[in-house]
Design a protein around this ligand. Structure first.
Ligand SMILES: Cc1cc2nc3c(=O)[nH]c(=O)nc-3n(C[C@H](O)[C@H](O)[C@H](O)COP(=O)(O)OP(=O)(O)OC[C@H]3O[C@@H](n4cnc5c(N)ncnc54)[C@H](O)[C@@H]3O)c2cc1C
Ligand code: FES
Length: 263
Protein backbone atom coordinates (compact mmCIF):
# COMPACT_ATOMS: atom_id res chain seq x y z
CA UNK A 1 0.00 0.00 0.00
CA UNK A 2 1.22 3.55 -0.66
CA UNK A 3 2.02 5.31 2.61
CA UNK A 4 1.26 7.68 4.11
CA UNK A 5 -2.37 8.14 3.10
CA UNK A 6 -3.03 11.44 1.26
CA UNK A 7 -6.09 11.90 3.51
CA UNK A 8 -6.29 14.57 6.22
CA UNK A 9 -9.18 15.58 8.50
CA UNK A 10 -11.01 18.69 7.23
CA UNK A 11 -13.84 20.65 8.83
CA UNK A 12 -16.85 21.05 6.56
CA UNK A 13 -20.08 23.03 6.52
CA UNK A 14 -23.20 21.85 4.69
CA UNK A 15 -24.15 24.31 1.94
CA UNK A 16 -27.17 22.32 0.67
CA UNK A 17 -28.56 18.81 1.05
CA UNK A 18 -31.59 18.09 -1.13
CA UNK A 19 -33.28 15.00 -2.59
CA UNK A 20 -32.42 14.54 -6.29
CA UNK A 21 -34.18 11.17 -6.92
CA UNK A 22 -35.95 8.55 -4.81
CA UNK A 23 -33.79 8.02 -1.67
CA UNK A 24 -30.88 9.82 -3.33
CA UNK A 25 -29.58 13.17 -2.10
CA UNK A 26 -27.30 15.84 -3.56
CA UNK A 27 -25.06 17.25 -0.83
CA UNK A 28 -22.79 20.26 -1.25
CA UNK A 29 -20.23 20.88 1.47
CA UNK A 30 -17.75 23.70 1.92
CA UNK A 31 -14.23 22.36 2.64
CA UNK A 32 -11.88 24.74 0.77
CA UNK A 33 -8.51 22.98 1.13
CA UNK A 34 -10.00 19.62 0.21
CA UNK A 35 -11.86 21.07 -2.80
CA UNK A 36 -8.47 22.17 -4.14
CA UNK A 37 -6.72 18.85 -3.50
CA UNK A 38 -9.23 16.12 -4.39
CA UNK A 39 -9.00 14.35 -7.78
CA UNK A 40 -11.72 12.49 -9.76
CA UNK A 41 -12.23 8.95 -8.44
CA UNK A 42 -10.92 9.71 -4.96
CA UNK A 43 -13.34 9.64 -2.04
CA UNK A 44 -14.12 11.32 1.27
CA UNK A 45 -14.94 9.69 4.58
CA UNK A 46 -17.60 11.68 6.44
CA UNK A 47 -18.20 11.79 10.20
CA UNK A 48 -21.99 12.07 10.49
CA UNK A 49 -23.20 13.43 13.83
CA UNK A 50 -26.24 12.06 15.67
CA UNK A 51 -25.30 8.59 16.91
CA UNK A 52 -22.75 8.43 19.73
CA UNK A 53 -22.53 4.64 19.30
CA UNK A 54 -21.39 4.92 15.67
CA UNK A 55 -17.67 5.62 15.35
CA UNK A 56 -17.40 4.82 11.65
CA UNK A 57 -17.29 7.47 8.97
CA UNK A 58 -19.30 7.05 5.74
CA UNK A 59 -17.10 6.70 2.60
CA UNK A 60 -18.52 8.56 -0.41
CA UNK A 61 -17.24 9.47 -3.86
CA UNK A 62 -17.85 12.95 -5.20
CA UNK A 63 -19.50 14.22 -8.38
CA UNK A 64 -17.83 17.64 -8.65
CA UNK A 65 -15.44 19.94 -6.85
CA UNK A 66 -15.21 23.70 -7.25
CA UNK A 67 -11.78 24.84 -6.03
CA UNK A 68 -12.72 28.54 -6.43
CA UNK A 69 -15.88 28.23 -4.31
CA UNK A 70 -14.23 25.69 -1.98
CA UNK A 71 -17.12 23.23 -2.39
CA UNK A 72 -17.57 19.54 -3.11
CA UNK A 73 -20.77 17.95 -4.52
CA UNK A 74 -21.66 14.46 -3.31
CA UNK A 75 -24.59 12.29 -4.42
CA UNK A 76 -25.57 9.57 -1.99
CA UNK A 77 -28.25 6.94 -1.52
CA UNK A 78 -29.92 6.61 1.86
CA UNK A 79 -29.37 2.92 2.69
CA UNK A 80 -28.81 2.73 6.47
CA UNK A 81 -28.29 4.64 9.67
CA UNK A 82 -25.26 6.73 8.61
CA UNK A 83 -26.69 7.95 5.31
CA UNK A 84 -30.09 8.56 6.96
CA UNK A 85 -28.43 10.83 9.55
CA UNK A 86 -26.47 12.49 6.72
CA UNK A 87 -29.75 13.24 4.91
CA UNK A 88 -30.91 15.08 8.02
CA UNK A 89 -27.95 17.51 8.08
CA UNK A 90 -29.26 21.00 7.28
CA UNK A 91 -27.43 23.89 5.57
CA UNK A 92 -25.02 25.39 8.11
CA UNK A 93 -24.49 22.07 9.94
CA UNK A 94 -20.82 21.21 10.53
CA UNK A 95 -18.70 18.10 11.02
CA UNK A 96 -15.40 16.67 9.74
CA UNK A 97 -14.41 14.57 6.78
CA UNK A 98 -11.28 12.69 5.91
CA UNK A 99 -9.92 13.13 2.40
CA UNK A 100 -8.79 12.96 -0.29
CA UNK A 101 -8.95 9.16 0.00
CA UNK A 102 -7.20 6.65 -2.21
CA UNK A 103 -6.31 6.57 -5.86
CA UNK A 104 -8.55 7.99 -8.59
CA UNK A 105 -8.92 7.50 -12.35
CA UNK A 106 -5.78 7.43 -14.51
CA UNK A 107 -6.82 8.17 -18.09
CA UNK A 108 -4.24 6.70 -20.51
CA UNK A 109 -1.91 9.09 -22.34
CA UNK A 110 -3.19 9.84 -25.84
CA UNK A 111 -6.80 8.85 -25.07
CA UNK A 112 -9.13 10.46 -27.62
CA UNK A 113 -12.48 8.84 -26.85
CA UNK A 114 -13.69 7.16 -23.65
CA UNK A 115 -16.69 5.02 -22.76
CA UNK A 116 -18.15 5.60 -19.28
CA UNK A 117 -20.44 2.93 -17.81
CA UNK A 118 -22.25 3.63 -14.54
CA UNK A 119 -24.91 1.74 -12.63
CA UNK A 120 -27.06 2.91 -9.71
CA UNK A 121 -25.24 5.13 -7.25
CA UNK A 122 -21.96 4.36 -9.05
CA UNK A 123 -22.70 7.42 -11.18
CA UNK A 124 -21.00 10.22 -9.12
CA UNK A 125 -17.32 9.30 -9.71
CA UNK A 126 -18.10 8.74 -13.39
CA UNK A 127 -19.69 12.20 -13.75
CA UNK A 128 -16.63 13.63 -12.02
CA UNK A 129 -14.37 11.84 -14.52
CA UNK A 130 -16.48 13.14 -17.44
CA UNK A 131 -15.69 16.70 -16.30
CA UNK A 132 -11.98 15.90 -16.33
CA UNK A 133 -12.25 14.35 -19.81
CA UNK A 134 -13.99 17.47 -21.11
CA UNK A 135 -11.28 19.74 -19.71
CA UNK A 136 -8.63 17.52 -21.36
CA UNK A 137 -10.47 17.69 -24.71
CA UNK A 138 -11.35 13.97 -24.68
CA UNK A 139 -14.69 12.89 -26.21
CA UNK A 140 -16.86 10.40 -24.39
CA UNK A 141 -20.05 8.35 -24.59
CA UNK A 142 -21.88 7.00 -21.56
CA UNK A 143 -24.16 4.14 -20.57
CA UNK A 144 -26.12 4.72 -17.38
CA UNK A 145 -28.32 2.13 -15.73
CA UNK A 146 -30.61 2.06 -12.73
CA UNK A 147 -33.23 -0.20 -11.17
CA UNK A 148 -36.01 2.15 -12.34
CA UNK A 149 -36.64 5.70 -13.61
CA UNK A 150 -37.19 7.04 -10.05
CA UNK A 151 -33.66 6.20 -8.93
CA UNK A 152 -31.82 7.19 -12.11
CA UNK A 153 -29.27 9.99 -11.74
CA UNK A 154 -26.57 11.29 -14.06
CA UNK A 155 -27.79 11.33 -17.70
CA UNK A 156 -28.74 15.04 -17.63
CA UNK A 157 -25.33 16.05 -16.24
CA UNK A 158 -23.47 13.82 -18.72
CA UNK A 159 -25.42 15.28 -21.63
CA UNK A 160 -24.81 18.79 -20.37
CA UNK A 161 -21.09 18.04 -20.21
CA UNK A 162 -21.18 17.16 -23.92
CA UNK A 163 -21.37 13.36 -24.11
CA UNK A 164 -21.50 12.11 -27.73
CA UNK A 165 -24.33 9.84 -26.70
CA UNK A 166 -25.86 8.71 -23.42
CA UNK A 167 -27.62 5.34 -23.42
CA UNK A 168 -30.07 4.93 -20.56
CA UNK A 169 -31.32 1.59 -19.30
CA UNK A 170 -33.54 0.55 -16.41
CA UNK A 171 -33.97 -2.95 -15.00
CA UNK A 172 -37.78 -2.61 -15.09
CA UNK A 173 -37.97 -0.79 -18.43
CA UNK A 174 -39.55 2.33 -16.90
CA UNK A 175 -37.09 4.54 -18.85
CA UNK A 176 -34.78 3.88 -21.78
CA UNK A 177 -33.81 0.35 -22.69
CA UNK A 178 -35.24 -2.45 -20.52
CA UNK A 179 -32.35 -4.39 -18.98
CA UNK A 180 -28.83 -3.79 -17.74
CA UNK A 181 -26.48 -1.08 -18.99
CA UNK A 182 -23.90 -3.78 -19.80
CA UNK A 183 -25.79 -4.55 -23.04
CA UNK A 184 -25.53 -1.08 -24.64
CA UNK A 185 -21.94 -0.87 -23.30
CA UNK A 186 -21.02 -4.12 -25.09
CA UNK A 187 -22.73 -2.83 -28.26
CA UNK A 188 -20.78 0.45 -28.20
CA UNK A 189 -17.51 -1.37 -27.48
CA UNK A 190 -18.14 -3.71 -30.43
CA UNK A 191 -18.65 -0.63 -32.64
CA UNK A 192 -15.10 0.41 -31.69
CA UNK A 193 -13.27 3.73 -31.47
CA UNK A 194 -12.62 3.80 -27.71
CA UNK A 195 -9.22 4.17 -26.04
CA UNK A 196 -10.40 3.85 -22.43
CA UNK A 197 -13.35 2.48 -20.46
CA UNK A 198 -14.24 3.60 -16.92
CA UNK A 199 -16.93 1.93 -14.86
CA UNK A 200 -18.54 2.17 -11.41
CA UNK A 201 -21.59 0.34 -10.09
CA UNK A 202 -22.60 -3.09 -8.81
CA UNK A 203 -19.70 -5.55 -8.99
CA UNK A 204 -21.34 -8.05 -11.42
CA UNK A 205 -21.99 -5.12 -13.77
CA UNK A 206 -18.37 -3.97 -13.60
CA UNK A 207 -17.12 -7.54 -14.15
CA UNK A 208 -19.14 -7.72 -17.39
CA UNK A 209 -17.91 -4.32 -18.55
CA UNK A 210 -14.32 -5.34 -17.74
CA UNK A 211 -14.70 -8.55 -19.76
CA UNK A 212 -16.20 -6.69 -22.74
CA UNK A 213 -13.41 -4.09 -22.63
CA UNK A 214 -10.76 -6.80 -22.44
CA UNK A 215 -12.34 -8.63 -25.40
CA UNK A 216 -12.26 -5.35 -27.36
CA UNK A 217 -8.64 -4.72 -26.33
CA UNK A 218 -9.48 -1.44 -24.57
CA UNK A 219 -7.90 -0.55 -21.19
CA UNK A 220 -10.52 -0.40 -18.44
CA UNK A 221 -10.60 0.98 -14.91
CA UNK A 222 -13.24 0.14 -12.31
CA UNK A 223 -14.09 1.93 -9.07
CA UNK A 224 -14.78 -0.68 -6.38
CA UNK A 225 -16.83 -0.34 -3.21
CA UNK A 226 -15.83 -2.09 -0.04
CA UNK A 227 -16.84 -1.77 3.59
CA UNK A 228 -14.33 0.73 4.98
CA UNK A 229 -13.67 1.15 8.68
CA UNK A 230 -10.72 3.56 8.72
CA UNK A 231 -10.31 4.77 5.10
CA UNK A 232 -6.54 5.32 5.46
CA UNK A 233 -4.87 1.92 5.39
CA UNK A 234 -4.94 0.89 9.05
CA UNK A 235 -7.70 -1.69 9.50
CA UNK A 236 -7.66 -4.08 6.52
CA UNK A 237 -11.47 -4.23 6.18
CA UNK A 238 -11.42 -3.11 2.55
CA UNK A 239 -9.46 -5.95 0.94
CA UNK A 240 -9.73 -6.55 -2.81
CA UNK A 241 -8.36 -9.67 -4.48
CA UNK A 242 -6.08 -8.77 -7.36
CA UNK A 243 -3.76 -10.70 -9.65
CA UNK A 244 -0.88 -9.57 -7.41
CA UNK A 245 -2.51 -10.43 -4.08
CA UNK A 246 -4.94 -8.88 -1.60
CA UNK A 247 -4.76 -5.08 -1.45
CA UNK A 248 -6.74 -2.39 0.36
CA UNK A 249 -9.35 -0.47 -1.66
CA UNK A 250 -8.95 2.65 0.47
CA UNK A 251 -5.29 3.13 -0.48
CA UNK A 252 -4.64 1.11 -3.68
CA UNK A 253 -8.17 1.90 -4.97
CA UNK A 254 -11.01 2.57 -5.06
CA UNK A 255 -10.11 2.80 -8.77
CA UNK A 256 -8.33 -0.29 -10.08
CA UNK A 257 -7.04 -1.50 -13.41
CA UNK A 258 -9.95 -3.84 -14.23
CA UNK A 259 -7.60 -6.51 -15.62
CA UNK A 260 -5.88 -6.77 -12.23
CA UNK A 261 -9.11 -7.39 -10.28
CA UNK A 262 -10.05 -11.03 -9.59
CA UNK A 263 -13.79 -10.66 -10.32
C1 LIG B 1 -14.94 4.36 -1.97
C2 LIG B 1 -16.44 4.36 -1.78
C3 LIG B 1 -17.20 5.30 -2.43
C4 LIG B 1 -18.59 5.30 -2.27
N1 LIG B 1 -19.29 6.26 -2.93
C5 LIG B 1 -20.62 6.33 -2.75
C6 LIG B 1 -21.36 7.38 -3.36
O1 LIG B 1 -20.81 8.24 -4.08
N2 LIG B 1 -22.69 7.42 -3.13
C7 LIG B 1 -23.32 6.48 -2.35
O2 LIG B 1 -24.53 6.55 -2.19
N3 LIG B 1 -22.64 5.48 -1.76
C8 LIG B 1 -21.31 5.39 -1.92
N4 LIG B 1 -20.60 4.41 -1.28
C9 LIG B 1 -21.33 3.44 -0.42
C10 LIG B 1 -21.56 4.07 0.95
O3 LIG B 1 -20.33 4.19 1.63
C11 LIG B 1 -22.49 3.17 1.80
O4 LIG B 1 -23.76 3.13 1.20
C12 LIG B 1 -22.61 3.75 3.21
O5 LIG B 1 -21.40 3.60 3.90
C13 LIG B 1 -23.71 3.06 3.97
O6 LIG B 1 -23.70 3.59 5.30
P1 LIG B 1 -24.97 3.53 6.23
O7 LIG B 1 -24.50 3.78 7.63
O8 LIG B 1 -26.06 4.38 5.71
O9 LIG B 1 -25.46 2.05 6.05
P2 LIG B 1 -25.21 0.79 6.99
O10 LIG B 1 -26.30 0.79 8.00
O11 LIG B 1 -23.80 0.73 7.42
O12 LIG B 1 -25.44 -0.33 5.91
C14 LIG B 1 -26.59 -0.38 5.07
C15 LIG B 1 -26.28 -1.23 3.86
O13 LIG B 1 -25.20 -0.66 3.09
C16 LIG B 1 -24.11 -1.56 2.97
N5 LIG B 1 -22.86 -0.81 3.12
C17 LIG B 1 -22.40 -0.19 4.22
N6 LIG B 1 -21.20 0.38 4.00
C18 LIG B 1 -20.89 0.11 2.71
C19 LIG B 1 -19.78 0.43 1.86
N7 LIG B 1 -18.71 1.09 2.30
N8 LIG B 1 -19.83 0.00 0.59
C20 LIG B 1 -20.87 -0.70 0.13
N9 LIG B 1 -21.94 -1.03 0.87
C21 LIG B 1 -21.96 -0.63 2.14
C22 LIG B 1 -24.31 -2.54 4.12
O14 LIG B 1 -23.73 -3.81 3.82
C23 LIG B 1 -25.80 -2.63 4.21
O15 LIG B 1 -26.34 -3.51 3.25
C24 LIG B 1 -19.22 4.35 -1.44
C25 LIG B 1 -18.44 3.39 -0.78
C26 LIG B 1 -17.08 3.40 -0.95
C27 LIG B 1 -16.24 2.37 -0.25
S1 FES C 1 -10.59 0.95 5.26
FE1 FES C 1 -9.11 0.53 6.78
S2 FES C 1 -7.49 -0.34 5.58
FE2 FES C 1 -8.93 0.29 4.08
Amino acid sequence: MPTPSPARVHDFTVVSNEPMARDIYALTVRAPKLAQAIKPGQFVNIAVPGNAASLLRVPLSYAAADPAAGTIDIWYAVVGDGTRRLSQMQPGATSTLLGPGGRGWTVPEGCRRALLVAGGIGVPPVVCLARELVSAGIDFDACVGSACADTLVGPAELEELGAGEVRISTDDGSLGLAGFCTDPAAELLARGGYDYVATCGPEPMMAKVAAAAQAAGVPCEASLERMMSCGFGACNTCAVETTHGMVGACMCGPVFNAEEVVW
